[in-house]
Design a protein around this ligand. Structure first.
Ligand SMILES: [Zn+2]
Ligand SMILES: [Zn+2]
Length: 134
């Protein structure tokens, strides 16, 4: 069995809101170019261009949960960061569809516990965690 990541279920104890996220990287994600399809298609040409034509020092990538600092909407996305050439950095950014604010990564999903529910607005979110195996 291969570990595929960690699953988080975020739900509200006051209404029916429920959203599932996968966080982390699967064990077969051995390099960024192998998982390029997980990036949004509009980002792929730029990322491939950097990987191919530049002096890449470091790549980092994983599935993350992002949160809007304004409306607290949540979104799961595949995040990637590349450090290349003379300390240049490429990093995927995610913008809230509702308020156009830059969303921030939730690095400790358990901290969402007690956050405001994006549907009913009550601070009643619960988080449960489980390991995802292939
Ligand atoms: Zn927002
Ligand atoms: Zn709710």
């Amino acid at each position: 069995m291969l570990l595929m990541g960690i699953g988080y279920a975020v739900s509200c104890s006051n209404c029916r809101f429920s959203q599932h996220f996968t966080v982390g990287v699967g064990m077969m994600y051995s390099s960024l170019d192998q998982v390029i399809n997980l990036l949004h298609y509009t980002r792929r040409p730029k990322v491939l261009e950097i990987l191919k034509n530049h002096d890449v020092h470091e790549t980092d990538y994983e599935h993350r949960i992002f949160e809007c600092p304004n409306c607290e909407k949540l979104r799961g996305a595949f995040w990637a960061k590349i450090v290349y050439d003379n300390d240049q950095t490429y990093e995927t950014e995610f913008i809230c569809r509702d308020c156009n604010k830059r969303m921030e990564p939730v690095l400790e999903p358990k901290q969402l516990r007690g956050n405001r529910c994006p549907i009913c607005g009550e601070r009643r979110l619960n988080v449960t965690e489980d390991m995802l195996w292939d």
